[in-house]
Ligand binder design. Structure first.
Ligand code: BMA
Length: 330
């Protein structure tokens, strides 16, 4: 029994013990990838997607690149969070009055519950890449809300509860292309509409070359006794292009603009064929985590090579010890 995660018991999340002989603090699911090429008639690739527990089962909002090349969000359901039943058509967004309010493109969703409402955050087109925000109570009607931040911005990641009475949102200001820079910032809001008090959280680089070009928040942070546990992606550059890996950071529970510990080395980097080969080679990109507060089991969902959906595992106490003992100085 681990009491480190503050949250609900969720004994039915995917889990596999660390394979024999493996000493890594994060290890891959043996059944990876869980979603392969051309998974539904309308999508060539489903990756960088978000999942959540719902009524004893699981739901997901999936980044699906359609065969016209355009990224869109699809809704899916699952009993075990591994085998997904993804709807045939993209999510149809409406405004507060029920009038259709479509997105021109939408990618890299995050999904979370705050109080009794579910929120989707994604990379949206607002005359260029920006943060999109929408809500649902039943996963049938999806209501778009105002864009929280100005363009250009990506990797919007909200916190699952208010901190000091305010909603919190991480983001990564960028350009409208394949941004060659990027640090993580935090903003706060009284109502999820008006956002301000923007502050710097952490920058690219540090001691790890794997995060030397840019970084971006990954899944919704996990509340633990040690602070907010956040996986984030880090990008390095080579003569053949970018390489996306991921690490983790612990942020102060009452002031999440403050970094307490940050991994010096990556936790996962492209190694397996489904990570090194695909539409965009050498990408692992985490967008969701499921966790069981009783055992401290964490299942991390990541996109692989902008083609596949894959899962990795970690145990919270081991991971926090590792981050603390392999951290940069702050
Ligand atoms: C980023 C985003 C991600 C993608 C990554 C690697 O800029 O577009 O969706 O996984 O590049 O191509």
């Amino acid at each position: 029994m681990s009491k480190t995660i503050k949250g609900d018991p969720l004994p039915n999340i995917p889990w596999e013990d660390r394979p024999e002989g493996c000493t890594d603090v994060v290890w891959r699911y043996s059944g990876n990838p869980i979603i392969g090429w051309n998974p539904i008639p309308k999508a060539a690739r489903i990756y960088n997607s978000a999942v959540l527990s719902y009524n004893g089962e699981f739901v997901g909002v999936f980044r699906a690149d359609q065969k016209n090349g355009r990224a869109t969000l699809f809704f899916g359901k699952s009993k075990d969070a591994l085998k997904w039943d993804i709807g045939p058509d993209p999510i149809q967004w409406v405004d507060e009055n029920g009038t259709p309010d479509p997105t021109s493109y939408a990618y890299d969703p995050r999904l979370l519950r705050i109080e009794d409402t579910y929120y989707v955050v994604w990379c949206d087109d607002m005359h260029g890449a920006s943060i999109g925000l929408g809500k649902t109570r039943d996963f049938k009607t999806f209501i778009r809300m105002p864009n929280p931040l100005m363009p250009f911005n990506r990797n919007g990641v909200p916190f699952p509860r208010k901190v000091n009475g305010k909603y919190m949102l991480l983001s990564r200001p960028s350009d409208s292309g394949h941004t060659p820079f990027g640090d993580i910032f935090i903003s706060e809001s009284p109502d999820l509409i008006h956002w301000g008090r923007h502050r710097f959280v952490m920058g690219k680089g540090g001691l790890g070359w794997w995060q030397g070009v840019k970084i971006g928040a990954g899944p919704v942070p996990i509340e633990t006794l040690a602070g907010w546990l956040l996986f984030y992606h880090g990008v390095s550059t080579t003569c053949n292009g970018f390489v996306y890996s991921f690490g983790a950071v612990i942020l102060d529970i009452d002031n999440p603009a403050k970094v307490l510990f940050r991994t010096r080395d990556y936790l996962l980097t492209p190694e397996k064929p489904y990570e090194t080969t695909g539409f965009v080679p050498n990408v692992v990109f985490p967008c969701a985590n499921l966790y069981d507060a009783d055992t401290g089991h964490i299942a991390i969902y990541y996109g692989a090579a902008d083609t596949y959906t894959a899962v990795a595992f970690a145990q919270v106490d081991e991971l926090i010890d590792y981050i603390k003992n392999n951290s940069e100085e702050f």
